[in-house]
Write a protein that binds this ligand. Structure first.
Ligand SMILES: Cc1ncc(COP(=O)(O)O)c(C=O)c1O
Length: 468
């Protein structure tokens, strides 16, 4: 039995003692719990600490652990707020289960964040240390961001295959604290409440939530193995009057699909002919496995593509730095929204992000990351095919960090997710990625988060729950 499950057992034992005891009563000493459960003092202290944090136990160093005074139950009356606040554009279910923090011991296939071994942690630590010693720690950066970082984001697009004259310049770049806030700003700045926005379905739950929060009406178009059809996009723009199309051309979350060059050209053609914008979310730019990401914005000189890229998942969840690339009046509107919302992004984080991305170590890291992702993807996919059947795996993604599964339509995925969590495996029900009713029973499994040596065990648990 591992330390986590023993700490859980000790915690349960102490809880039952606290329930039965009166205030001030002494609890068993750490030493006696060490003997009783045959564990280290650290494991015991971890269990005790959880109860201390909840205010149930107080520790007196050198004396022991005691039952804390029970706080009087507090029941303030918030009911007036229900009437005062009235209808809500968003509700708690707008936040996907993918954002849930699981307890240690659970295999986290649900979340969308790479584990530590896939991040350039040594580079990030030294870049943060250096940034904290330099001028970035006191100087207020420009609202648009550090000029060198803006130039780096622009140069990344310029390095992709593109059309002549289409490469953006540093002046087209706004630095943002991650792409979620970029989405919220773009939707607010380029549309009015009540306007429509076209989205691929399925698509990123956070874009769905941001659009709803901005008061937009989502018009979904189905996305198959590649891009949605250009004709379906054209019809959706015409019938709804939408001027915005949110899309993930590269390694989409959740399907992992990538648009071909021909599909991208056809979609850009429709966008241009309807005087519309495509909001290109290049969230998985650094997670190519069999292909590299090909940003659409590299083919756009006239400001039809509003491009977003974030470094959160590539560097560390602590480095909330990303960029928007836009041109013309759209750029000006987005900049005003960014400034009204956040004024500027921490200069320390920007300086650290720039240092990591331009260091020789980053290239070496990117190569290691690509092969580690390939190995993780293939290991999880093999387990899915062996235990759940080849038909469950919708496709083997050519990049990104997720597998998108489809079960028999009779499977209640929310119930499956609850039961699998109880059995020690967290999965994300697919429902969160559909702006309207899901057309089947889907789930998303992230292969970048958990340890790959637990993939087999996790999929075996799912197979048992599905009765296979
Ligand atoms: C498609 C997509 N866009 C945007 C985001 C938001 O990313 P961040 O705000 O961390 O940059 C995510 C996060 O999971 C995502 O999957």
């Amino acid at each position: 039995m591992d330390d986590d499950s023993t700490a859980n057992r000790i915690e349960l034992h102490l809880r039952s003692l606290v329930r039965a005891a009166s205030t001030g009563q002494r609890l068993p000493s750490t030493r006696s719990l060490v003997e009783q459960f045959s564990v280290s003092a650290i494991t015991v202290q971890r269990a005790v600490q959880r109860l201390v944090q909840e205010g149930l136990v107080i520790t007196r160093p050198g004396t022991g652990n005691f039952v804390a005074a029970r706080r009087a139950m507090s029941r303030p009356d918030f009911s007036w707020q229900t009437t005062t606040l009235g209808p809500s554009r968003n509700n708690p279910s707008a936040i996907s289960a993918a954002m849930t923090q699981t307890t240690p011991g659970i295999i986290p296939l649900h979340s969308g964040y790479p584990s530590e071994d896939l991040l350039p942690i040594a580079l990030v630590r030294s870049a943060l240390a250096r940034a904290s010693r330099g001028a970035a720690v006191t100087d207020r950066p420009a609202m648009e961001g550090l000029p060198e970082l803006r130039a780096w984001f622009a140069s990344e697009v310029a390095a992709s295959p593109g059309s002549p004259g289409a490469a953006p310049s540093a002046d087209d770049v706004i630095i943002v604290p991650g792409s979620q806030s970029a989405l919220a700003s773009i939707f607010r700045a380029l549309a009015q409440p009540g306007d429509s926005i076209v989205m691929e379905s399925p698509t990123y739950w956070g874009a769905i939530a941001a659009a709803r929060q901005a008061g937009l009406v989502i018009v979904p178009i189905a996305r198959g193995a590649g891009a949605p059809s250009a004709d379906a996009l054209d019809a959706a723009l015409v019938t709804s009057g939408a001027r915005l199309f949110y899309a993930q051309p590269n390694f989409a979350n959740p399907t992992g699909a990538i648009w071909s060059r021909a599909e991208s050209d056809a979609i850009l053609g429709v966008i241009r002919s309807r005087d519309a914008f495509v909001i290109e979310d290049d969230w998985a730019h650094d997670f190519g496995i069999d292909e590299v990401a090909r940003p659409l914005v590299a083919h756009d000189a006239d400001g039809h593509v509003v491009y977003i890229r974030s470094l959160t998942k590539s560097l560390s969840s602590a480095v909330r730095v990303g960029a928007i690339i836009a041109r013309g009046p759209a750029l000006a509107r987005i900049q005003v929204d960014r400034t009204v919302t956040d004024l500027y992004v921490s200069g320390t984080l920007q300086a650290a992000a720039l240092e990591v991305m331009t260091s020789p170590g980053w290239r070496a890291h990117a190569r290691r990351l690509q092969s580690a992702l390939r190995e993780r993807r293939d290991t999880l996919a093999r387990a899915v095919v062996a235990e759940l059947g080849a038909e469950t795996l919708t496709a083997l993604p050519r990049g990104g960090i997720n597998l998108w599964l489809r079960f028999d339509d009779r499977v209640d995925v929310a119930d499956l997710a609850r039961r699998s969590l109880a059995a020690g495996v967290a999965i994300a029900p697919g429902t969160d990625w559909f702006p309207t009713e899901p057309p089947g029973a889907y789930a998303r499994l992230n292969y970048s988060g958990p340890r790959p040596d637990r993939f087999g065990e996790a999929i075996h648990i799912l197979a048992e729950l599905l009765g296979r």
